[in-house]
Design a protein around this ligand. Sequence first.
Ligand SMILES: Nc1nc2c(c(=O)[nH]1)N[C@H]1C(S)=C(S)[C@@H](COP(=O)(O)O)O[C@H]1N2
Ligand SMILES: [Mo]
Length: 371
Amino acid sequence: MPANDNPDIINPFLDASNRVHIEDGSYIRNEVDLANRNSGLLLELLSCDITPIGAHYLLNHFDVPILDSSTHTLAFEGAFEAPYKITLDEIKSLPKITMPVTLECSGNGRAGVQPRSRSMPWLYEAVGTSEWTGTPLKPLLEQAGPLQDAMEICFTGEDRGFDKAIEHNFARSLTLKHLENLEALLVYEMNGQPLLPQHGAPLRLIVPGWYGMASVKWLSNITALTEAFDGYQQVGTYHYRNDHDDPGIPVEDIRVKSLMKPPGIPDWQTRQRLVEQGTVPLMGRAWSGGGRNITKVEVGIDDQWQEATLDSNQHDYAWVRWQHEWQAKPGRYTLRCRATDSEGNVQPLTPPWDTSGFGNNKCQEIIVFVR
Ligand SMILES: Nc1nc2c(c(=O)[nH]1)N[C@H]1C(S)=C(S)[C@@H](COP(=O)(O)O)O[C@H]1N2
Ligand SMILES: [Mo]
């Protein structure tokens, strides 16, 4: 139901009588724990091209390991012709590139999935864009030389814990075929600063264009495998499944999406917005994975859609800025934005639910009162 027709939405800027003071029951302990460990982007910071480091979203499955950058080494092992170890200092002396890359958690948008999936209840905020500095992975893989029968490369982090009673280090693989087309980087700096512990210090993988789970943090081992990797984070989760018996489809590149910086000022409890009538500048960001560019962003005022203006400079793997002017008249409105990418993918108006709420790129909705 559009917000305008919804009698349950009262104007929080005029009337506090309906404010909820007490709800029955308590917060669910496990969900609160998770939500406090893993923080999201403050949506107002969509105004920044590059997300300030401390405002980048966080998704850590286990505990953050504190690793010694002066002794840290990366081991190439398994089905390679010439396995070797390389120190962080040696990696830093290799050709260096800096790339703006938008990371988004594949669980972003999960909050409405039913039944609830026991994971981070993100609404919109598990996304951010950083300037990542590091060295391309490909030459280092070539130096190790995957054997003829090598199929996949597995990336293992130093963090360890349990999920579904399986003890493991966080690890993910990419096939050699995937790696041919990916501009994967071994990264040691974020926005020109050494990686912070919570973002994978001292070394992480960045896989541009893929959802965040591929970008393994606290990277210590790169293993060539002659069979498909069957680790928990590869096969136990990160699949679009229609039900729990469905083998599903692996979650890979990022679906087309856009967000709007919430205009005006908020109400503390509802996060609904108040703006003054007249010209209201709207802006936000749009992105898609797999190197696809954004070709169009539309802004919906209730159900009236108008095309927004896109910035002309677009990086293949980073979000692009859009803006639009809204001539606002007093009333209550639902604002949306909807992006289209270079392969013609368009954000849906209803969530493309799977059992875990992965890849939900449904259009954002913001309720705005115009005074
Ligand atoms: N070692 C390790 N790497 C990891 C994770 C993790 O828990 N452990 N989380 C992954 C997930 S699900 C996401 S979305 C991104 C989040 O990266 P960030 O916390 O730096 O934003 O890291 C990925 N890499
Ligand atoms: Mo994630």
